[in-house]
Design a protein around this ligand. Sequence first.
Ligand code: ADP
Ligand code: MG
Length: 701
Amino acid sequence: MTNAFAETPIEYLKGVGPARAELLKSELKIFTFGELLTFFPFRYLDRSKYYRIADITADSSYIQLKAKMVRIQTIGAQRQQRLVATVRDESGEMDLIWFQGIKWVSEMLTAQQEYVVFGKPTLFNGRWNISHPELEILSAEPVPLNEIIRPVYNSTEKLKSKGLDSRGMAKLIKGLILNDKFFLTENLTHGILQTLRLMNRQEAFLNIHFPRSPELLKKAQTRLKFEELFFIQLRLARQRSLRLKKHEGHRFLKVGDYLNQFYHHHLTFELTNAQKRVIKEIRADLGSGNQMNRLLQGDVGSGKTLVALMTMLIALDNNYQSCLMAPTEILANQHFSTITKMLAGLNVTVQLLTGSTKPAVRREILEQLSQGNVQILIGTHALLEEKVQFKHLGFVVIDEQHRFGVAQRAKLWDKNIITPHVLVMTATPIPRTLAMTLYGDLDTSVIDEMPPGRKAIVTRHVYEKDQAGVFNFILTKIREGRQIYIVFPLIQESETLDLKNLIDGYQHIVTAFPPPDFAVGMVHGKMKQQEKDAEMKRFLSNETQILVATTVIEVGVDVPNASVMLIENAERFGLSQLHQLRGRVGRGGDQSYCILMSRYELSAEARKRISTMVRTSDGFEIAETDLQLRGPGDLQGTQQSGILDLRIADIVKDEKILKYARNVASEIILHDPSLSKKENDILAQHLIQMDRNQQNWGLIS
Ligand code: ADP
Ligand code: MG
């Protein structure tokens, strides 16, 4: 079902010569007619509405004005040169400015001519201006009704230099759509179109670019958003169904001595209801004969590791080995020591394997591992090496998932003929919509309840001017024997600047808490792993009372005696980062505190982030707010996956459509898992087409 029109190389389009073709390819990855058609407008402008210059405010995004050109001047010399054209409407005056293409632009402009001006205003020296606006001579004829909604396309400086600004792009696309051969194959079944009353594909493309009415635009958007989300969901549903069919799983039917001993004699507390529920879910997977592939979400300290440990014991009861992979050496060490402690007296062989394991020890571990004598292996990436061979690996735990690439996960799969059961643990809660899209293939469990007796962390927002008070508070806590984290942001303008920011902060703190009464440590991303580890160890053993750090301490470190987290320039951190940082305290029995220090002037978003932190400690609520504030593109772990490279849909705003798409896709796969029924052929073909276009998809398991 190839579509000759859509696959025509872009060079063949009228108006696209070799130079423009090159630019379209390099700047926008547009190689074919079809790809140009999926270059959707990013917004629309109502051509019947004009702004008045006097009404422009800081909130005005792209605007359209009707104004007369009153003055055209070239200002400045040589490199500083710019072209300034002043326009006026009945309400006031503003400037249009060009820094490039001055010669040809000035030849094009006519004084006293009425123009339609389009662009994004900025304020400079108290005067509004638009740099590099789009201009159109005001036509005497009214805009035809079916052209009132005008598409606005993104462009780049390079494209603009070849005449491909928003209007230039519109012209190209119009050329395509008005072409007699314009034809797009439908890719949704008749059944779906009928039931959901969706616009057909060809109509949708026409109306997304050149809407004939607001209603038709809406229908076109719904159709295309559905299409985009539906095929993602269809693929995930098919993958999941194939996995369940194909990957036979070890059957862990027995609950034996290891688990019983542990549960009845070693566990000193009751499991929370959430933990009990999750263990039930896991046990159902383990007994099903299919391979488990489960994502376990739960806030820091909610008891995920314990659940993983109990699952390992079930594996042991069935004579299988387990491994746990952590993203850093510190975390692997921590897991090793807590797990060894919890299993003391149970006669289970647990070993630790990391990059710094000595060769002789390593050789011994590998030997014992291949003979099946090491029952639980804990480690870092080192576990992925070829030489690490298990006798019968039955269960794999991956902690802090987003630090590992998908490819690495797959590597662990390869270690056995029958794929081991996999539990991926993450403490960064993933909003439901995102989880549906990113991990649609994984089953999900959630621990949404904290163990009892945990004291809620007191979170306060203070301004920099209150620093003296904050330092006093810290002093009291140190005198009580507690330890303190102080975190500085990465500013990211330059690495040297960041480091300077941190070191200035450090010195300031050393001055306020001088030796010999106090010891202040520092860790940052530029340090060698060994130095970092050494510094962390000093803090862990209470040799240093204050640890000054960047977000390198974000993940997993456990120092129960640290009870205050002070975050400097809190306005610069993202919500999920703040949440992770706060999770570093509150791990011991003492009341803990998180102090968010910020400048006085805050953007609305920063204020919202900080107030959310002060209001709630619910990781899911925080993750949802974060997603709403930032959109999915910036969330951790999403960029490299490429999954959220959506062209038109937005998983936050289009949650309803996403749910529809997911339901329809699951329903189809339920009745036709391999999409081999005739009526679904159209869908299967489109998935093949997508595979060809996006080879990356194969990496997502
Ligand atoms: P996570 O891995 O989710 O961060 P852990 O499993 O490390 O959480 O648990 C954090 C702490 O809480 C550990 O010291 C653990 O022993 C303890 N813990 C876990 N579950 C419970 C429970 N049900 N009741 C009391 N304490 C618990
Ligand atoms: Mg943990």
